[in-house]
Design a protein around this ligand. Structure first.
Ligand SMILES: [Zn+2]
Ligand SMILES: [Zn+2]
Length: 196
């Protein structure tokens, strides 16, 4: 067995968009419709969950999947999810970078890609427990309230026009109804991707 193992060594997992190692047997990497799936296997759901908590997926269209006899779990930019139903198992914690990095597309604090918001998203009109006025970029008839919880679930965030920096909604600092840039203290707008 040892000989075969060395002769037919599997391709190393791709590190595109992921941070940290999954300490489980790697089954392979699949690419489908521009999405990339790094597939591992685990004895059970509990080990899958533990492993998925330790790997960070910072890019969109990048997924880590762990197959188990009790069903498959996956991790993407925002959550750990049940692969069959797509249901969220838990939201993921974002580890701050050792030092802030200015970027128009990725959060300065954690390095996660900030998904651009679309102005026609219905959630923009929903009043929520911690309302925040929408600053700019959004058509007036859609101006209402949104909650940073909603934004976090959807992978959205803010953009500082003064220093061209993106912030994810979990890392952004809120002051009253404003989201404040942690680089230049400027007032940020919703990140729509149009200014970056
Ligand atoms: Zn962040
Ligand atoms: Zn700024």
């Amino acid at each position: 067995m040892g000989m075969f193992r060395s002769l037919f060594r599997k391709q190393e997992p791709s590190s595109k968009g992921t941070n940290g190692r999954v300490d489980l047997p790697h089954k392979g990497t699949e690419v489908q419709n521009r999405s990339q799936y790094d597939v591992y296997e685990a004895r059970n759901r509990k080990s899958a969950l533990e492993a998925l908590r330790l790997v960070e997926v910072k890019e969109p269209l990048s997924y880590v999947i762990v197959e188990t006899p009790e069903g498959n779990l996956g991790r993407d930019l925002v959550s750990i999810f049940d692969e069959a139903s797509g249901a969220t198992v838990e939201l993921v914690k974002r580890t701050p970078l050792p030092r802030k990095r200015v970027s128009p597309t990725h959060c300065a604090n954690c390095g996660y890609f900030v998904l651009p918001a679309k102005s026609d998203q219905p959630w923009l009109r929903v009043a929520a427990p911690s309302p925040l006025d929408i600053q700019t970029n959004i058509p007036v008839d859609h101006m209402s309230f949104f909650s940073t919880e909603d934004m976090t679930v959807k992978g959205l965030g803010f953009y500082c026009p003064s220093c061209a920096t993106a912030w994810c909604s979990s890392c952004a600092t809120l002051r009253g109804s404003d989201a404040i840039c942690g680089i230049c203290s400027g007032i940020m707008s919703i990140h729509t991707g149009s200014s970056s």
